[in-house]
Design a protein around this ligand. Structure first.
Ligand code: GLU
Length: 366
């Protein structure tokens, strides 16, 4: 069934809600991964817990949780965490390889392809990539921020067909199960819409960063890249092997029927938009309903400083993001040709890169 599986392990799964890493449980998770690995499946671990491991190692110093202190904990904890995964996988004679990423590593198309090659090479050699964010050096601008979204990026990079988001909750519920006894587990999600986002709210679990909201974002990205996604409790017995066998556990999101092609997946997942283009009703309709490219004529406002080739957001006049794409013209150029017919581009700028501002092939609807 599934062949390549990204397993995201949240801090709450690795600590069991305590301040310490739960090594026996990490061994148990490793055992399940090893079973699948022995069946010939590719396993990719996306592990949280560096900050928790660092605090534990330093005996829980009473320090304010400033960015630099957290980075110090992450620096100490990441090597501890890696040492543990290395040891646990070694019990099953499986090699692991550490890959620390930040958003900057996927923002630029070349770096993205580089990271992808490294991961593919590890997998070809049957090595389990163990991935975390490079917390020790990640500044706000280049941070992915939470390992839910990081694991979705990794799903794209590795072209995995299943993403498991393991957490301290059994899945997504119809209401917050901690407050509402009638809350029911949603076994399968077909569309991620505003109702569902409202359900996920802003729930955050313990020491980790993400909550259901970031899990939904991650699920959305990964399923559009062609992977099934399951949110489940990381401490449920044999949770990994059962899900991979297709058993109904947690909340499953089916991959979209027509996954985005590889370059578009990158547009969706990689670069943070460098600017915004506000478009009129006609252009919005042409983009969303008729599958057309964005022409300068439909642009009513250009926001931000960006260059040719940067990723920008396309918004309607109400500020709702409609799409994202790679612009063929820099911000300064677009300011001069916004609202114009494409025939006038050359005359206004003295040159032209073609009639469209963003070509359909470089654009995805959000
Ligand atoms: N990268 C962080 C860590 O290892 C965790 C981020 C998250 O929990 O989403 O501590």
């Amino acid at each position: 069934m599934y062949q390549r599986i990204v397993i995201k392990l949240g801090t709450s799964v690795l600590t069991g809600g305590t301040p310490r890493l739960d090594k026996p449980h990490m061994v148990e998770l490793t055992r399940q991964c090893a079973t699948l690995h022995q069946q010939g499946k590719d396993i990719i671990i996306c592990t949280s817990g560096a900050i928790a491991a660092g605090r534990e190692r330093l005996d829980f110093p009473q320090l304010p949780l400033t960015v630099t202190n957290k980075q110090m904990f992450a620096a100490v904890g990441q090597s501890r965490l890696m040492l543990m995964w290395e040891r646990f996988f070694d019990l099953y004679n499986i090699h692991v390889g550490q890959v620390l990423l930040t958003r900057a590593d996927v923002q630029d198309r070349n770096r993205f392809l580089n990271a992808r090659d490294t991961l593919h090479t590890l997998l070809e050699h049957r090595i389990v990539p163990v991935i975390n964010e490079n917390d020790a050096v990640a500044t706000e601008e280049i941070k992915v921020g939470d390992n839910d979204n990081l694991s979705a990026l990794v799903t794209i990079l590795t072209e995995a067909d299943l993403l498991l988001l393991l957490t301290d909750q059994p899945g997504l519920f119809t209401a917050d199960p901690r407050q509402n006894p009638n809350a029911e587990l949603i076994p399968e999600v077909h569309a991620i819409d505003d109702t569902l986002r409202a359900l996920a709210g802003g729930s955050v679990s313990g020491l980790g960063v993400g909550g259901m909201a970031t899990k939904l974002q991650a699920a959305d990205v990964a399923r559009r890249a062609g992977a099934d996604v399951v949110i489940a409790a990381g401490r449920a017995p044999n949770v990994i092997t059962r899900i991979v066998q297709g058993e109904q556990v947690g909340t499953r999101f089916r991959a979209t029927e027509h996954p985005l092609e590889s370059r578009k997946r990158w547009i969706f997942a990689g670069p943070r938009p460098a600017g915004r283009l506000v478009v009129d009703v006609g252009a919005a309709q042409a983009l969303c309903e008729n599958g057309r490219s964005l022409l300068p004529a439909g642009i009513v406002r250009v926001e931000g400083e960006f260059g040719r080739g940067d990723t920008v957001s396309i918004l309607d006049t109400n500020g709702r993001e409609l799409a994202r794409g790679i612009t063929r013209y820099a911000a300064a150029d677009l300011c001069r040709i916004a609202g114009c017919h494409s025939d006038e581009i050359e005359q206004r700028l003295g040159y032209a890169y073609g009639p469209v501002a963003i070509h359909r092939n470089d654009l995805i609807l959000v």
